[in-house]
Ligand binder design. Structure first.
Ligand SMILES: [Zn+2]
Length: 162
């Protein structure tokens, strides 16, 4: 079976950035997603289109088709008083937006009372090299299509969906 709209795909992947592996699926814990529903980044989803079960391929994804370009306006100065805990440069923290969503950010510098933070995704602006092996392709269930994402066998199917 080939990957087309509304197929559920199981795959192993390795993500390399600047020659370093930054993310990969654990053995026996493949990534499962619903094709054609923007569950994964656009560049990877379009590379998977039409591929078949058992295929292995490499794809290079530019930032525009990945996590977007870096936005220098997303670098902001916060006050140390905004932090409850110790602050560590390079660590990821989470801010709550007005709509209740959670925004991760990275601390890039601490200078006295000023904490410089970066709200860019850590992979924004990066060229992503994926090494992908397609393990299985199947039709989505009507429930999965309704939810807009794949369910795995051990799901309780009672989860909340935002
Ligand atoms: Zn669901």
């Amino acid at each position: 079976m080939n990957i087309t709209q509304d197929k559920v795909v199981e795959l192993d992947y390795k993500l390399t950035v600047n020659g370093e592996i930054v993310d990969q699926s654990e053995p026996g814990e493949p990534l499962v997603y619903l094709h054609g529903h923007s569950n994964i980044i656009p560049g990877l989803e379009s590379a998977l289109e039409g591929k078949a079960e058992g295929e292995r391929f490499q794809v290079t994804v530019q930032p525009e088709e990945g996590y977007g370009p870096r936005d220098e306006d997303s670098i902001e100065d916060l006050s140390r008083d905004d932090f409850e805990d110790d602050i560590e440069v390079g660590e990821t923290y989470y801010a709550q937006a007005e709509d209740g969503s959670v925004l991760p950010f990275t601390v890039i510098n601490v200078d006295g009372d000023t904490v410089q933070v970066d709200f860019n995704h850590p992979l924004a602006g990066m060229v992503l090299e994926f090494d992908v092996t397609i393990l299985s392709v199947r039709d989505a269930t009507s429930e999965e299509l309704e939810h807009g994402h794949a369910h795995s066998d051990d799901d309780d199917h009672n989860h909340d969906h935002g």
